[in-house]
Design a binder for this molecule. Structure first.
Ligand SMILES: N[C@H](C=O)CCC(=O)O
Length: 426
């Protein structure tokens, strides 16, 4: 028996489904996921001694690659002074200054512990600021597992085929309105239909939790205009795109300014961190400055801040990283497109810079409904083949492939050879 199987046998007895997040499961409690022991650069190493080229990247934060020397050293140094104080520290101020002085739409920021918390808090602030309750979200976008956002959600919720979640009272979701991604009319209609209007529109500016679905030309600006016309705030959930598409995230990449932005794991270079920020007059609503309550013992944790600051400084000081990431994205995703074309297969490849995915469908994927047309059985076969050939990807059709600065052209080329091998065999 493989070590991963042994570990999984133990895990399922004590951890629901044997995993601490559903997206780590390989589809059933019968199949053990590979248990990862360590990672370096773009490689992960499992408990059975296998090495993989990794395209999960801890679901996004490993922009510089795994176990980056400077980040590791910062964590070790910071931890020598203690792990958590639950009190104000200089590093939190450095982090807030570093971000606010470089990202024009973030005038004030509050650290939290995850993207889920960041979204939950941003929504509360939007409601407090506007005095309205309705929130518009898009089918297939995933904003963490807070009750109000578990409606037509992407990521693991979409993979499970159960779009909402048991245990969420109707009262928690009755003010969440669902629009169609890339369809401004659906947003306009919801805004016009709701009596008091919406407090906010929240969107993944590049949807990356129903596979990768880029915004159509004008979609994000259209949301900005609709929000302005109807007195709603625009919230960009940049948990995946923030500091990845460019230092200013999707807002900078597409030139659209949100009122609030949410960040996640990237700010902590993989440590458990989240943050939300935006216009000063809105953020000043947050306690203790204002009347919107939000708190957290571990928020702004000194070790996480130390790790995150090194990652953000490195990204800021060497912005060529973004050019390299784009080049690698082109190499991988255009490479897949070429293979498919050569083989006469009409699957869709969607990508933006270092994010992308292949949909197992012939129809263009622009929203939740079209993403769901993908043949998930065929994807699962492909996933298993890739894994056995040393390519580590999310086990779901509805997640992104993440590139890092540590992926070399050689490794991307090897990945393309494996993909070509798969499509030569079917
Ligand atoms: N797609 C999710 C967030 O980015 C995957 C992470 C998780 O739910 O564990």
């Amino acid at each position: 028996m493989m070590k991963s199987e042994e570990l999984f046998e133990r895990a399922v007895k004590r951890i629901p489904g044997g995993v601490n997040s559903p997206v780590r499961a390989y589809g059933s409690v019968e199949e053990a996921p590979r248990f990862i022991q360590r990672a370096e650069g773009c490689k992960v190493f499992d408990a059975d001694g296998n090495t993989y080229t990794d395209y999960i990247g801890s679901w996004g934060p490993m922009i510089l690659g795994h176990n980056h020397e400077k980040i590791r050293e910062a964590v070790i140094r910071a931890s020598e002074n203690g792990l958590s104080f639950g009190c104000a520290t200089e590093r939190e101020v450095e982090m807030a200054e570093f971000i606010c002085e470089r990202i024009p739409h973030v005038e004030m920021i509050r650290m939290v512990n995850s993207g889920t918390e960041a979204v939950m808090s941003a929504i509360r602030v939007a409601r407090g600021y506007t005095g309205k309750t309705k929130i518009i979200k898009f089918a297939g976008c995933y904003h963490g597992h807070t009750d109000a956002m578990l409606v037509s959600a992407g990521s693991g919720v979409m993979t499970s085929g159960v779009p909402d979640s048991a245990g969420v009272p109707k009262g928690c979701t009755q003010d969440t309105m669902i629009a169609v991604y890339n369809d401004l009319n659906s947003v306009r209609q919801l805004m016009e239909e709701s009596r008091d209007g919406a407090a906010a529109v929240i969107v993944e500016p590049v949807a990356a939790n129903m596979g990768v679905v880029p915004p159509k030309e004008g979609f994000l600006q259209g949301l900005r205009d609709l929000c302005d016309a109807h007195g709603a705030l625009l919230i960009f959930d940049e948990v995946i795109t923030g500091f990845r598409l460019g230092f200013c995230g999707a807002a900078g990449f597409y030139g659209v300014r949100p009122d609030l932005v949410t960040y996640g794991k990237i700010i902590g270079a993989g440590m458990p961190v989240g943050a939300y920020g935006g216009r000063k007059e809105i953020m000043e609503m947050v306690a203790p400055a204002g009347a919107v309550y939000q708190a957290g013992t571990l928020s702004g944790n000194p070790v996480a801040m130390a790790a995150g600051l090194v990652q953000l400084r490195t990204l800021w000081e060497d912005q060529e990283i973004y050019t390299r990431l784009c080049r690698k994205g082109e190499m991988l995703f255009d490479g897949i497109r070429k293979i498919l074309m050569k083989k006469g297969i009409e699957y869709q490849v969607n990508s933006v810079a270092s994010l992308g995915c292949m949909f197992f469908t012939e129809h263009p994927v622009t929203d939740y409904a079209t993403a769901k047309q993908s043949d998930t059985k065929a994807f699962s076969e492909y996933f298993r083949y890739m894994l056995n050939q040393g390519i580590h990807m999310a086990p779901s059709q509805f997640e992104a492939m993440f590139l890092s600065d540590a992926h070399t052209e050689e490794e991307i080329g090897e990945t393309l050879d494996v993909i070509e091998g798969y499509f030569s065999g079917i």
